[in-house]
Design a protein around this ligand. Structure first.
Ligand SMILES: Nc1ncnc2c1ncn2[C@@H]1O[C@H](COP(=O)(O)OP(=O)(O)OP(=O)(O)O)[C@@H](O)[C@H]1O
Ligand SMILES: [Mg+2]
Length: 374
């Protein structure tokens, strides 16, 4: 669990959305340097309104894990994280009994009982056996904790917000872990046999944890009952305009030329047929950061090869792309209508450069008209 900052106020995203203030929530998340794709954000709002968990599938590096992290940062929310891996046990996720403390508790009471009269002894031991199963001896796993925190927050709805529960890489959970999550996801409750109160959690949809489940669809196929407890979104590689927006938010110090080189280069790589794996947002952010760190101002073959390590990650791909070096270099430096007009709209010196470069066969008025159509 990563706790929220107790000295700062919390924002309840579900409350914002239920009050019709989706835009405010969108801006808040952007302020944490995460630019959600519109359709995904709309699906997320539906998940908030309905209280259903949100299942996000998509390729690696498409921003699945970063979304709930940005939400936690933007709204100052506690985030509980279950990271998928082989061999994950139910006790780690939901709850476990502290057997050592329970046994010490009983030993202590047996010692006390020795000095008591017989009827008193029986009463004491009976109470001790009952209380052996009280909350104090329960160790909550991340999922149990999230539902418990949500129940606590529901008691002070004006100031407290439910936590986020991130079920990351759920395709690595396996069937038995998925099964153990079905009840909390549907009822909002974790039933604990023998616990005096019987359960942890909260049934009201409006007070439940904000659950985000991610999947790469690689290891196991998720079970139908598990999937059916979610609303679903697919994170695809964003459009070039969206990617530029994201790159600018994530690398605010990068120059316009560095942004232009990086996105044109990666767009060209994504267009090369025969690669097993294509660069995602993770790679484009890494490339822009590298360009910025190295204060890159021009690209030639030597320079380009230096940055291959960020987006070509197998020897077959290296060989294939080295054969395409001329094409990549040309693509990274040539005029690209979507990229260059987007950049020209935000940077007047880029517009002037375009006008003077001879790559745009238009008057300034015509160029402005094109930009305004974006
Ligand atoms: N929309 C976005 N706005 C800002 N940054 C983003 C966005 N999408 C992805 N990123 C950034 O891209 C990088 C990769 O994102 P993340 O780790 O969330 O990917 P993922 O989908 O969880 O990948 P994997 O399946 O490999 O775990 C992170 O640095 C993240 O902050
Ligand atoms: Mg991830």
């Amino acid at each position: 669990m990563i706790p929220h900052e107790t000295t700062k106020p919390q924002v309840n995203p579900r409350k914002l959305v239920l009050e019709g203030r989706e835009r405010e929530l969108y801006e808040l998340i952007c302020s944490a340097a995460y630019v959600p794709e519109e359709q995904n954000f709309s699906d997320f709002c539906q998940s908030l309104k309905s209280g259903r968990a949100w299942l996000v599938s998509g390729t690696r590096g498409s921003g699945k894990t970063a979304f709930p992290e940005a939400l936690a940062a933007a709204c100052n929310l506690t985030i509980c994280i279950v990271a998928g891996r082989d061999g994950l046990r139910q006790e780690e996720i939901l709850y476990d009994w502290d057997r050592e403390e329970q046994s010490e508790w009983m030993q202590e009471h047996l010692r006390l009982a020795k000095n008591l009269a017989e009827n008193e002894r029986e009463n004491l031991l009976e109470r001790a056996r009952r209380e052996k199963w009280k909350r104090d001896f329960l160790i909550l796993g991340e999922m149990g904790l999230a539902y418990d925190l949500a129940a606590q927050a529901a008691r002070e709805p004006e100031t407290k917000s439910p936590p986020i529960l991130l079920l990351d890489e759920s395709d690595k959970f396996g069937a038995s872990i998925e099964d153990s999550m079905l009840m909390p996801l549907e009822r909002g409750l974790v039933y604990v046999p023998r616990l005096q109160e019987g359960f942890i959690g909260i049934t009201g949809w409006e007070a439940r944890p904000i659950v985000v489940t991610t999947s790469n669809d690689l290891r196991h196929k998720l079970s139908a009952p598990f999937v059916s407890r979610h609303v679903f979104s697919r994170f695809n590689t964003p459009s070039l305009e969206k990617e530029l927006e994201i790159l600018q938010a994530r690398c605010p110090q990068a120059s316009t030329a560095q942004l232009a080189f990086a996105i044109k280069l990666l767009d060209a790589v994504r267009g090369v047929a025969g690669l097993e794996d294509y660069p995602s947002l993770r790679e484009s952010i890494d490339v822009v950061n590298a360009f910025e760190r190295d204060r890159l101002v021009y690209l030639d073959e030597q320079v380009l090869l230096r940055y291959f390590c960020y987006f070509v990650k197998t020897s077959e791909a290296q060989e294939l792309l080295k054969l395409q070096l001329d094409y990549l270099l040309l693509a990274a430096t040539a005029f690209h209508p979507v990229v260059d007009l987007w950049l020209a709209e935000r940077d007047s010196s880029w517009k002037t450069m375009l006008m003077n470069s001879g790559s745009v066969f238009a008057t300034e008025r015509e160029l402005d008209l094109q930009i305004s159509h974006l």
